[in-house]
Design a protein around this ligand. Structure first.
Ligand SMILES: Nc1nc2c(ncn2[C@@H]2O[C@H](COP(=O)(O)OP(=O)(O)OP(=O)(O)O)[C@@H](O)[C@H]2O)c(=O)[nH]1
Ligand SMILES: [Mg+2]
Length: 624
């Protein structure tokens, strides 16, 4: 064998070059943290740094949060894959969402990683979602590098936070190697990561070196192909694109393969196009080896967790758990008197088809038909998860109505159980009493109360039901200063009745235009959600009553103009600005007998039964 090389020295070079390029060292890391601790900002900086080394490419801010809703809300909704080359290593990076509603997404994509960067805010310290994602990473045996981020913040406490993180690892039963985690300090925003938080450096190279040093290289397993589909991408041109890590062997373009389903069923199929991740884009390639992450098309009827395996001798991998929904809502067509005014898609067929399309890519979503062809029960992971779907639909031109969100109740050993969550609230001292009161009213139980910098840190157990509408109440009570987060804990025995909305609502008697004169005259009855000039309809919820019962009022009556002087009196009116509801606020505000009506231009709340007399009759029936 070596004789050949002696005769053809060039061959040595070529052999080594091909070996080297195809066997480039790979690190697969997921970036995990509580919401807003700075994951996407850090990935941005990593991309920036590595790209600059090569071509001086310009990049914008948070290039990864690339769909409209992600940009507007400043949150990551879908996990995303990118990759950079650093020295002679390819680093595949998976940015994950931090909000608890998307926790299942994080758990799944951890399957692609050999290690994690656990980001922790240098002021806030570990939060409920930090605990959840770290626990999942540790259970999968992953090695973590801890990044104490945002050390530029005034009042930050990096050393204390480091101790808390260590305690957290310990409490989560980290093994010795995991407990021995390296720590990097820095500021994603300012673009530096170093060894010591008191000595800022100029770049994030220290972090990249730590990744190469501490995260194990992706193992190159020989054998027949095994790849587990862990997430999916969607293109309106090609449809669903599968994403996963090659666990064993090699995957090739146009290769015949077996698709091993969760239940063991095997479908014969063929890979069409194959891509790897390079920087921000998917790059077409003809082969990907074990250890690397890739995307591909051509496979029909796949689900997350399915294995792509050898055509002849398929061997499936252990299926991955997909999270159960925790909340449900009725979705129905818009049948308000204003239906069809702004929307393009308004029929039950439109809504149904749209929901079915969503089910293909939105993994934690479920849909159930009802005995009405116009209504569907949609199950999701929380208010945010469902509201993002609704918001997306309305931007696409859909009109629909939704009912009050309901948590999922289970019967366990004959006892009614409901989801309970851990709630943490950080607040300035002076509001702590009011917060405890609000949480206790909703059956919350306090577990921890301690100072954290100049704030008070509190933890509670609270039924998920009690969380609906709580954020708003707490933000109002603390002038927006409290920071709260919650995370599903377990199903526990039903905690008893929680009072609903404390105030009643003001309901429109007429269909017409709200008039300044009437609003002004009725201001002592409550506060309004509409302003002069808004079109309203009979049965629409147009304000909040100052009393606990509902009140029907007429906002459409003009003042009778008996003489010219009357118009002068209009100038004396002082109408309070209307209360504006975001979609989520409206979803949390409505009660069982109400709907939120959503159209591309409007979010309105209404009684399900618009007619006052019919509503009364129905109430009597229910009472009887
Ligand atoms: N002061 C300071 N702010 C930071 C730092 N890193 C990120 N931020 C800010 O924190 C906010 C959240 O940053 P993101 O990068 O979107 O956080 P994330 O962890 O990706 O958030 P989710 O994806 O929603 O979980 C943004 O306003 C950032 O500008 C930092 O090092 N210092
Ligand atoms: Mg993010």
């Amino acid at each position: 064998m070596w004789n050949i090389f002696r005769i053809f020295p060039d061959l040595i070079l070529i052999t080594f070059a091909t070996l080297f390029s195809s066997m480039k060292k790979i690190r697969n890391i997921a970036i995990i943290a509580h919401v807003d601790h700075g994951k996407t900002t850090l990935v941005d900086k990593i991309l920036h740094q590595c790209q600059l080394f090569r071509e001086n490419q310009e990049t914008g801010e948070l290039i990864l949060d690339n769909n409209d809703l992600e940009r507007e809300r400043g949150i990551t909704i879908l996990a995303k894959n990118v990759s950079v080359n650093y020295k002679d290593t390819k680093i595949n990076i998976i940015d994950t969402p931090g909000h608890a509603d998307f926790g299942g997404e994080v758990e799944r994509v951890l399957n692609m990683a050999d290690g994690v960067l656990l980001l922790v805010d240098a002021f806030e310290g570990p939060m409920p979602q930090t605990r959840f994602v770290l626990q999942k990473a540790l259970e999968q045996g992953l090695k973590a590098i801890v990044v104490i981020n945002k050390v530029d913040k005034p009042n930050c406490r990096p050393d204390e936070v480091h101790d808390h993180v260590f305690e957290l690892f310990f409490n989560l039963n980290a093994n010795e190697d995991q407990l021995n985690f390296p720590t990097v300090y820095g500021s994603s925003k300012q673009g530096w990561m170093g060894k010591d938080w008191k000595t800022p450096v100029k770049d994030i190279l220290y972090l990249l070196d730590s990744i190469v040093e501490h995260i194990p290289a992706a193992p190159m397993r020989e054998g027949t192909l095994q790849l587990q589909i862990t997430s999916l991408d969607y293109s309106s041109f090609i449809g669903r694109i599968a994403v996963g890590r090659v666990f064993r062997g090699e995957i090739k373009e146009n290769m015949p393969v077996s698709l091993v389903k969760r239940d063991g069923k095997i479908l014969k199929s063929r890979i069409k196009e194959l891509f790897t991740f390079e920087g921000l884009v998917k790059k077409k390639t003809d082969s990907v080896l074990a250890g690397d992450i890739c995307a591909f098309t051509g496979i029909e009827g796949f689900d997350i967790g399915d294995t792509i395996a050898d055509f002849e001798n398929p061997e499936g991998l252990k299926p991955i758990a997909i999270d159960e929904p925790t909340m449900s809502m009725l979705f129905t067509i818009n049948n308000s008197p204003f239906f069809g005014r702004d929307g393009k898609f308004v029929t039950s067929r439109h809504v149904k088809e749209r929901l079915e399309r969503e089910l293909e890519k939105n993994l934690a979503l479920r849909m159930e038909e009802t005995n009405s062809p116009d209504s569907f029960i949609v199950y999701g992971r929380g208010i945010l998860h469902l509201s993002i779907l609704i918001e997306t639909m309305r931007r696409e031109g859909y009109e629909l109505q939704v009912g009050q969100p309901k948590v999922i109740v289970k019967e366990i050993e004959g006892v009614k159980h409901e989801p309970v969550e851990v709630l943490t609230v950080n607040t300035p001292q002076e509001y702590s009493g009011r917060i405890i009161e609000l949480v206790s009213q909703r059956k919350g139980e306090m577990l921890v109360m301690e100072p954290k910098g100049d704030m008070i840190h509190m933890e509670f157990d609270i039924p998920s039901r009690g969380l609906i509408g709580l954020r708003n109440a707490i933000l109002t009570a603390t002038a927006g200063e409290a920071i709260m987060a919650h995370r599903f804990k377990a199903f526990e025995a039903w905690k008893g009745n929680i009072p609903g909305r404390i105030s009643g609502v003001l309901i429109s008697k007429e269909k017409g235009t709200a008039v300044a004169y009437s609003i002004d005259k009725l201001q002592d009855r409550g506060s309004f959600f509409v302003e002069p000039g808004d079109e309203i309809y009979t049965g629409q919820v147009i304000g909040q009553h100052i009393r606990p019962d509902d009140l029907v009022i007429n906002l459409c009556t003009e003042k009778k103009l008996t003489n010219m002087r009357a118009s002068g009196s209009e100038e004396k009116m002082k109408i309070a600005p209307k209360t504006k509801f975001s979609l989520e606020e409206a979803m949390e505000y409505i009660q069982e007998d109400e709907y939120v009506e959503i159209t591309p231009k409007h979010i309105r709340m209404r009684k399900i039964i618009l007619d006052e007399h019919e509503r009364k009759r129905k109430e009597k029936q229910v009472e009887a």
